[in-house]
Design a protein around this ligand. Structure first.
Ligand code: CA
Length: 231
């Protein structure tokens, strides 16, 4: 199999070296850019499988790089793992809504970064069409949207239509973080006049119905929610 190609866009040489070393050791082919403009040019020229994208870059910042990548059909399927500084959750939210796949917060361990990169590559590009009505079966939890049934530890539990859709949507994309606004538009529908914090109310209800499996839905502080990735 051809080695997967990763572009690292990072202006701090020490961090770039650490990331490069660890990804190369894992067998990836690693390219690098030191600023946003050059990074975007390299993305267009090399079409890597994934971009590790620092958000704080000289010239064009990482969010702008992401925005331009995602607005071009040639580069939009390329996966993006953002690198952010602590306390930049609002940038993370913007990045995820632009189409970035995941993020790590500095300081991060190389092991954590490699694990995130692998997870993002494994689950493939996000597809809207994935939110189908297929049955999901996990240890202790079965979600069957066609029959409108959820069972927790083999017991049927009654869910509202919104709760079931929300649970099914999250469980269809394990490991992926969604912002409240993404959940609202994808699960509830953009026409709905609801506040983002209503998502929190639905999540609370779902968790209480999941009983001992309530940790399947994880809160990502300042950002949104994620279904636990069991793989
Ligand atoms: Ca930086």
């Amino acid at each position: 199999m051809e080695r997967q190609k990763i572009l690292v866009v990072e202006d701090e040489p020490d961090i770039l070296d650490v990331i490069r070393y660890n990804l190369e050791r894992e067998g990836f082919r690693v390219l690098s850019s030191r600023d946003g403009k050059e990074g975007l040019d390299t993305v267009r020229k090399e079409l890597p499988d994934l971009v590790v994208l620092d958000l704080m870059l000289p010239g064009m910042d990482g969010l702008e790089v992401c925005r331009r990548m995602k607005s071009d059909p040639v580069t939009s399927p390329i996966r993006v793992a953002m690198v952010t500084a602590k306390g930049e959750e609002s940038d993370v939210v913007v990045g995820l809504e632009l189409g970035a796949d995941d993020y790590v917060t500095k300081p991060f361990s190389p092991k954590e970064l490699v694990a995130r990169v692998r997870a993002v590559l494994r689950r493939g590009p996000f597809k809207e069409a994935e939110a189908t009505s297929s049955r999901i079966s996990l240890p202790g939890l079965v979600i069957d949207p066609d029959r409108f049934e959820v069972t927790v530890d083999d017991e049927p539990v009654s869910f509202t239509a919104t709760e079931l859709r929300l649970l099914h949507f999250l469980a269809s994309h394990p490991g992926r973080v969604f912002t409240r606004s993404q959940l609202l538009s994808r699960v509830i529908g953009e026409h709905a006049v609801v506040l983002e914090r209503n998502i929190d109310v639905h999540i609370r209800a779902i968790r209480s119905k999941l009983g001992s499996h309530n940790d399947l839905i994880q809160t990502v502080r300042g950002v949104g929610y994620r279904f636990r990735d069991g793989s």
